[in-house]
Design a protein around this ligand. Sequence first.
Ligand SMILES: C[S@@+](CC[C@H](N)C(=O)[O-])C[C@H]1O[C@@H](n2cnc3c(N)ncnc32)[C@H](O)[C@@H]1O
Length: 509
Amino acid sequence: MSRDDCELLWSRLSEFLAANLGLCFGPERREDLMRAMACAAREFGFKAPEACAEWLLSAPLTRTQIDILAGQLTVGETYFYRYARNFEVLESDILPELIAARRGGTRSLRLWSAGCCTGEEPYTLAILLTRMIPDWRQWRIAILATDINVRFLEQASAGIFREWSFRDTPPGFKENYFHSKGDGRYEILPYLKELVSFSYLNLAADTYPSLLNNTNAMDVVLCRNVLMYFTPVLAMRVVGQLQRCLLPGGWLMCSPTDSSAVSPIGLQTVSFPGATVYRQVSDDPAAERIAVSPPPIPVPSSPVALSAARRPTVIKPIARSSPKTPIESSLDVHVEALALYQQGHYAEAGDRLQELLASRPDDAKTLELLARVYADQGRLPEAAALSERAIAADKLNAGIYYLHAAILQEQGADDDAVRCLNRALYLDPNFVLAHFSLASMARAQGKMTAAHKCYSQALKSLEPYRPEELVPESDGATAGRMREMISAMIASCGVQHATGRDRLVEARP
Ligand SMILES: C[S@@+](CC[C@H](N)C(=O)[O-])C[C@H]1O[C@@H](n2cnc3c(N)ncnc32)[C@H](O)[C@@H]1O
């Protein structure tokens, strides 16, 4: 291969990796890329990295190929309490407000470590929360931790760490929350391990926010030391999507190295001494208390403290050329509300839908969409009431049962959610997402045989779909991507054949 051909091949591969994994390997990182590709080539069974690169470029990547590439190309640098200032700000300013606001109400908190690596970051969150909420067992605390590198995720789930992970921890940290395995390794205590759910998510390619992967309605998202590996365009897109995962008033924390990517409309910059954090604009004045109170002192290097809220762009009502029938008008409003919802403008979408409901209180589509809007705002009791009304208005619609089940599950009413999912399956036995949700619930309860069985049903229900086809109710996931995801889940169940009787499936009417 000539020098020019070789140069062209590497730059094509860089573009391909940026598009599929989000990772940026510009000319200045060419050597890193060549070194990592030499290792990946060996794993794929190629002698020459160039031949391996040509092969990878010849077709869309499979999940296995992504796993191997991510294993070689991602950087796994992390440790407990990394950038201690971030955790101090969480402890002194952000979490106390959130905890106080929820204590008298839902007693729930949702946090996400996006790009969690081997788990030190989400476990630090778990330790912080259990320390701050003495009665945390009476709360519903969800700490989601995702990464693209499955080997990191396996290590994270095992929860065993070496001394090096504790290089910046406060005194007593290791002694209080880990037990020594006697060989220089330390295992996180089981109650902390149980608070964190690890799962695969490619920030460059997967869908979020989504009920499917539980990335919706977050109070706090940490995405630190991840964006800096992405192309600037992708980094901004990821921040925009993460922003939509936040509840109004929710917080996004990035690392100082990532901050150039964070400027999407609708996020406020809140500067605390030594830490800059971003906040989803809220219509609720109570949720803005931190942002409007004077104490945060800007650090010299970041001059903008408490910048004025940048309001989300409001979609203009659709221009009307000729008078419309009431049905046409309400269709317009519905379309408008849907667009607002999809762009994350939940409050405006909610207002439009409430207007519609005033004239058509039993319209199942409006009730369903408003339930989604409220669920994404964390207004779960209202969302549940609306999805129940939607079911009453359209009793044969399996999708609405599925939505209601997702809301019930978020409220912690797992048994009711299972009943609802079984009703959805009674109406549509090939409802992929309903099988998938039953499987995920069984897996979370440690019922691996039941999970294996439901995942297999989900896979079977996917058979009629072409790989590029979108799966209903999946918030935009393609059948090909879902197949890969479910196959990986089946493999992780560690069950050869589903044999045991499955309580979840038995509950089916
Ligand atoms: C340097 S670590 C950061 C870990 C942790 N957030 C911290 O700050 O200590 C970067 C992580 O981002 C993950 N990552 C890279 N590209 C990703 C992608 N496209 N989707 C999800 N995670 C990705 C890597 O696998 C790695 O675990």
